[in-house]
Design a protein around this ligand. Structure first.
Ligand code: C5P
Length: 222
């Protein structure tokens, strides 16, 4: 492998994508949001009424699902079968279901294969839950992010309400706790800190401080 891979894992709403995006811009790496892929699958399953215990329906669905990341001037859009679903997948009804869908073995096998392909040639930063443990166990740099659950919920609540979504802080707190529980306890590649990951607790750090922290780690090894 000649490309450089940075894996950023951690709990829900720790600011992984914010950091990954900023870092990708600074280092001129490609950024891949693996969570968006699981969200896209979840949207498809909801729209097509796929029962989560119907293995045949799940396999057929996975064969029909094509996910693309399309960079445009402002941001990278995520497309599901050629439809831009970037905004749709951020909604609460997707967040409420995504961890259940992500725990399905066939779903993970399909997504991990695509993620490995996306990271096979370019320098990339990928964020998720199992990037440093399962997708790229040999990643050059692994960061594991955590933050105080209250800080995480407050940030996510602000983000959703600013977009006009009708949620309460309690709903957000409950959603984060549920997802963290399902993600950490599932049988198939659960959320775990890789042994060689560097922990970044950003409860009291500005985005700039987080960026500097990771950039310094990168400069040590590049
Ligand atoms: O990163 P984000 O919060 O958008 O991810 C949504 C959900 O997708 C997570 O709660 C988790 O259930 C699932 N996920 C996963 N493995 C990844 C990335 C996300 O299981 N690598």
């Amino acid at each position: 492998r000649h490309n450089f891979i940075i894996a950023i894992d951690g709990f829900s709403s720790c600011g992984k994508s914010t950091l990954a995006k900023a870092l990708a811009k600074k280092l001129k790496f490609a950024f891949i949001d693996s969570g968006a892929m699981y969200r896209a699958v979840t949207l498809y399953f909801i729209r097509h009424h796929i029962a989560l215990d119907d293995q045949q329906a799940i396999d057929n669905a996975l064969n029909d699902i094509h996910i693309d990341f399309i960079p445009n001037a402002l941001k990278t859009e995520i497309h599901l079968n050629d439809e831009d679903i970037s905004e749709e997948i951020r909604q609460m009804y997707i967040s409420d279901k995504v961890s259940e869908v992500s725990a399905i073995k066939a779903v993970r096998t399909a997504m991990v294969a695509q993620q490995q392909k996306l990271g096979s040639r370019r320098n990339i930063i990928m964020d998720g839950r199992d990037i440093g443990t399962t997708v790229f166990p040999d990643a050059d740099l692994k960061i594991f992010m955590t933050a105080d659950p209250k800080v995480r919920a407050a940030r996510r609540y602000l983000e959703l309400t600013e977009k006009g979504e009708d949620v309460t802080l309690e709903e957000v707190v409950e959603n984060l706790a549920n997802r963290d529980r399902i993600d950490s306890t599932r049988a198939e590649s659960p959320l775990r800190q890789a042994e060689d990951a560097i922990v970044l607790d950003n409860s009291n750090l500005t985005p700039e401080q987080q960026l500097n922290f990771v950039e310094e780690e990168y400069l040590k090894i590049k």
